[in-house]
Design a protein around this ligand. Structure first.
Ligand code: ZN
Ligand code: ZN
Length: 261
């Protein structure tokens, strides 16, 4: 997890031979800097995958794609929305040298990693989460979703690493500084997942299989890492799963130590 939160999201998923960047919501320079701090070479990335067109997921995309000249995978609606919104320094639409399309719900392959994009409820053109499978390990990523539909719970089943949104504490959001319209958006069925909604998933639908659970996309205004952790751990404990699950918190300003399985 290179960065996570409303000021930029970016993660790396890697097998022993293929390395993928998931979202590019921080600047190219910052991606390079954080990768180097982890001892990773940005030139070793095989592809960039984009979940949806919100700027906290694509801010650095045009520059990264230009610099690395690697395939960028998006679905059609996300690409259209991105292309409409983005302009380069000269005011022109940036072109992706190696734009690749996927369809939500249909798997594709990047190197030896099997990728499965699935639809999530969020106010973007065609937002997705992803699962990744390689070398007998499954990783599931779902952030930016207003709630957890059954289809999403199904896709996440069997994950060894789960990266899930724990966006806000409902009470902090209610009494917090956001204007009412923004509060309504965040709380809506196409907004962001609260600590409580995630805890509900852990208590009722989670299969207790992940070796690591990463809480992601935490709001800096309406959440606190320790509140998110406490709520998640309490819910995991009800399933007796707390000891099997290591709960980690992805941060906005620095990369998380790599998770290795
Ligand atoms: Zn979003
Ligand atoms: Zn986001």
């Amino acid at each position: 997890m290179l960065a996570s939160g409303s000021r930029g999201n970016c993660a790396i998923v890697a097998s022993s031979s293929t390395k993928i960047l998931v979202d590019a919501g921080i600047s190219c320079r910052e991606v390079f800097r954080r990768m180097k701090l982890l001892g990773e070479d940005p030139r070793s990335l095989a592809a960039i995958l984009i979940t949806h067109e919100h700027s906290d997921h694509v801010y650095g995309l045009a520059t990264l794609a230009k610099k690395l000249r690697i395939p960028v995978f998006m679905n059609g609606a996300t690409h259209q929305a991105w292309a409409r919104a983005v302009r380069d320094a000269k005011g022109e639409r940036p072109k992706l040298e190696k734009g690749e399309r996927f369809d939500s719900g249909y798997g594709f392959q990047v190197g030896d990693i099997a990728v499965r994009p699935f639809t999530i409820p969020h106010d973007a053109a065609d937002p997705v989460g992803f699962t990744f499978r390689a070398e007998g390990v499954k990783v599931g990523i779902a952030t930016d979703l207003g709630y957890m539909p059954a289809s999403v719970r199904d896709h996440l089943r069997g994950s060894d690493v789960l990266v899930l949104e724990s966006n806000h504490d409902l009470e902090m959001l209610r009494v917090g500084p956001y204007p009412w319209s923004v509060k309504q958006r965040v709380m809506s069925r196409v907004g962001h997942l609260s600590n409580g909604a995630l805890a509900d998933f852990f208590s009722n639908d989670y299969d207790n299989r992940a070796a690591f659970v990463v809480l992601a996309h935490l709001s800096e205004q309406n959440n606190h890492p320790e509140i998110a952790r406490r709520e998640a751990e309490r819910a995991l404990a009800t399933r007796g799963g707390l000891f099997q699950n290591r709960v980690l918190l992805a941060a906005q300003t620095e990369a998380l130590e790599p998770i290795r399985l």
